[in-house]
Ligand binder design. Structure first.
Ligand SMILES: [Zn+2]
Length: 235
């Protein structure tokens, strides 16, 4: 299995969760996960973790587009250094996903040929419609809706519809409560639905089980658990 979305580091305030790279790799082994896409607000921590576990951890660089040219510079630096993609979190950094300030980061993703992972599911900044608008403006950028709308059925449906309308939109399943929606998403975009855990916010056993009972065949499950992420990330 490939986990398309997890974190290392500590997340404070109302989250109060954290995990170190060693612990994450232990949890992956225990859960049958071979590789995990990781990000952290401290990108150097992610680089160090990747150097320790080059075959297990797939680093992506987390930037705040509101930092302007510094964000683009960070993207270039880390992707040149072997990072596989970019992460942005509109809710955490308080910008709308389709803000024009995101365009330079999306253009860098296009130029460097790496996917853009966008946190989805929380108003007013991380709504699927805004992410879809960003994806529509940048058709050459593979845009991953992390959490595929997250906890709200209306947002989940909007995420699925975005993926069915736009061939560059990918959906990642972590934290999304409805197993039935994974099958619906697969029907609309069979090559663009990916399993993820969002460790340390969620436990792999829960996230794996939701995909397993979604009603997909073995071959379809292997797309979601592995094949789609492998294709997207060129693994
Ligand atoms: Zn996350």
């Amino acid at each position: 299995m490939i986990d398309a979305h997890a974190h290392i580091g500590y997340y404070g305030s109302f989250f109060n969760v954290g995990i170190e790279a060693d612990e994450l790799v232990g949890l992956m082994t225990e859960s049958g996960i071979e590789k995990t896409v990781i990000c952290a607000l401290d990108n150097d921590m992610v680089r160090t973790a990747h150097r320790l576990y080059p075959d297990r951890l797939i680093p992506i660089v987390w930037v705040n587009p509101m930092d302007g040219s510094e964000a683009v510079e960070q993207v270039r630096r880390y992707v040149d250094d072997g990072f596989f993609g970019i992460k942005i979190h509109p809710l955490m950094h308080s910008f709308a996903a389709d803000d024009r300030a995101v365009d330079p980061v999306a253009e860098a993703a296009a130029k460097l040929g790496v996917p853009l992972f966008v946190h989805s599911g929380h108003p007013p900044f991380s709504l699927p419609w805004s992410i879809a608008r960003l994806a529509r403006r940048h058709p050459q950028v593979s845009t991953v809706m992390v959490h595929m709308g997250h906890g709200h059925a209306v947002y989940i449906q909007a995420a699925i519809e975005a993926a069915s309308e736009l061939s560059n939109v990918y959906l990642e399943t972590s934290g999304m409560p409805m197993h039935t929606k994974i099958r619906e998403a697969y029907r609309m975009a069979p090559r663009r639905v990916m399993f993820g855990t969002d460790v340390p916010f969620h436990h792999p056993s829960v996230e794996i089980q939701r995909v397993r009972v979604s009603g997909l065949s073995q071959a379809q499950l292997s797309d979601v658990f592995e094949g789609n992420a492998a294709r997207l990330l060129g693994l």
